[in-house]
Design a protein around this ligand. Structure first.
Ligand code: MG
Length: 413
């Protein structure tokens, strides 16, 4: 390894069919065939991440030994003096995962072997079903069940009881949103809809399939607590992001009053924010987006801390994570004892083009995500093909900044 040097580092932005805007970092070495890939996907600020990589990390890294992953992570993390924001963390993650990829390729083994080997054969996944209406939605769940999937995150569409009682929802008076059906959030009708969705799911599909639900941090805390207590009877596998990180201490009340399993962490970018949640046993699943906390290097340490308190992993894995990032999640899923569940997006298996852009994309089969056993992280990129799918939505700023109460108050996720 001693003669190996980083020759170039650059960010690649692409959006193949089915994906959100993806950012992948390629680290090239002075050995022509040896390169690594890492996920830096921050779909709502992609060009900011690309600039952080290309303008700042690349000059800092060229000439360094790619074997020194820990040292490179630590020095990149303080290289801007201010640290732990999502843009810089994603940029560092792209580099960090690429260096693990290179180390695995040099060793001739998958990265989970470098971590200590396999604890399991594959990672059980949960899926977000979809459909244009309730009939299609239920058909999709049946189809997924026939293919072996057992964990379902309800969310994108569920039976909406509020449509049957519009008089109970506040009159929308804000002029700040163009599509009030999509962007208006009111806690009371929302909570009623969620309970109705759980009831409908259990009536339709019985007691066995696992239900997961993402509250997206929007409920006022005391109403969120009441909702969690109501949902306990439906045996959720977990409730995700019941409160915003600003309201972390409210989780103590949930612990005192229910046995609903709690998943938390998608909005965390500084690992220090998470420590009290783990050591005080306020959560059951850690749900961070690995690239948003800075890559595999900090995620391994977080997983080890979680093991000490029997908190299980549930890394973020929606369509805003690149196939490289899904494979990076899988490297830890395969290794850590305290694996809980892996979020997987159907986009990984529904568009053949994706596998051409990202050869080695992990396979979803029988309800599991399977590693391909290749050295490194196991996923490559066809850059020529990726260039044919430029980002369609560089902005993405409207997604959360435009969610409002009926009176116009912005909703804090
Ligand atoms: Mg979430």
């Amino acid at each position: 390894m001693s003669n190996l040097k980083i020759r170039d580092v650059r960010a690649i932005i692409t959006q193949p069919p089915g994906a959100r805007t993806l950012i992948v970092v390629k680290v090239e070495t002075n050995e022509p065939e040896l390169h690594g890939l890492g996920c830096a996907s921050f779909f709502s600020r992609p060009t900011a991440v690309a600039s952080a990589v290309n303008d700042y990390l690349t000059p800092f890294l060229v000439g360094k030994d790619p074997a020194d992953i820990e040292d490179i992570w630590q020095s990149c993390n303080v290289s801007a003096y201010w640290r732990y924001g999502p843009v810089l963390n994603n940029a560092i993650s792209g580099v960090d995962q690429a260096l693990w990829d290179i180390k695995g390729k040099v060793a001739g083994m998958p990265v989970y072997e470098l971590f200590g080997g396999k604890s399991r054969e594959a990672a059980a996944v949960y899926i977000i079903p979809n459909g244009r209406d309730l009939v299609e939605y239920e058909e999709h769940i049946h189809e997924l069940q026939e293919r072996g999937f057992r964990y379902f995150k309800l969310g994108a569409m569920h039976p909406s009881s509020s449509q049957e009682r519009p008089h109970q929802a506040p009159v929308v008076i804000t002029k700040k949103v163009s599509d009030d059906r999509v962007s208006i959030f009111e806690p009371v009708p929302y909570a009623q809809d969620v309970v109705a969705a759980f009831e409908h799911f259990r009536t339709t599909f019985g007691p066995t399939p696992e239900i997961l639900y993402d509250l997206h941090e929007r409920m006022p805390p005391i109403q969120g607590l009441a909702l969690a207590k109501k949902l306990e009877q439906y045996r959720p596998f977990f409730l995700e992001d019941l409160f915003a990180p600003e309201d972390n201490d409210y989780f103590r009340l949930v612990r005192q009053q229910t046995s609903v399993p709690i998943a938390m962490g998608e909005l965390y970018s500084n690992p220090q924010e998470i420590v009290p949640m783990i050591k005080d046993r306020l959560i059951d699943f850690i749900r961070v987006h690995i690239s948003t906390i800075g890559g595999l290097t900090p995620a391994r340490k977080l997983a080890a801390l979680c093991e000490a308190f029997n908190v299980r992993t549930a890394w973020h894995g929606s369509a805003d994570v690149s196939p490289v990032g899904h494979a990076a999640n899988l490297m830890l899923d395969m290794n850590v004892w305290n694996f809980g569940i892996q979020e997987a997006s159907v986009y990984l298996n529904t568009h053949e083009t994706l596998k051409e852009v990202f050869p080695g994309t992990p396979e979803l089969r029988d309800g599991y995500m399977w590693p391909n056993g290749k050295p490194g992280i196991g996923v490559d990129i066809n850059e020529e093909l990726a260039a044919r799918f430029p980002a369609q939505d560089i902005g993405g700023a409207k997604l959360w900044g435009d969610a409002r109460r009926a009176d116009g108050t912005v909703i804090r996720p």
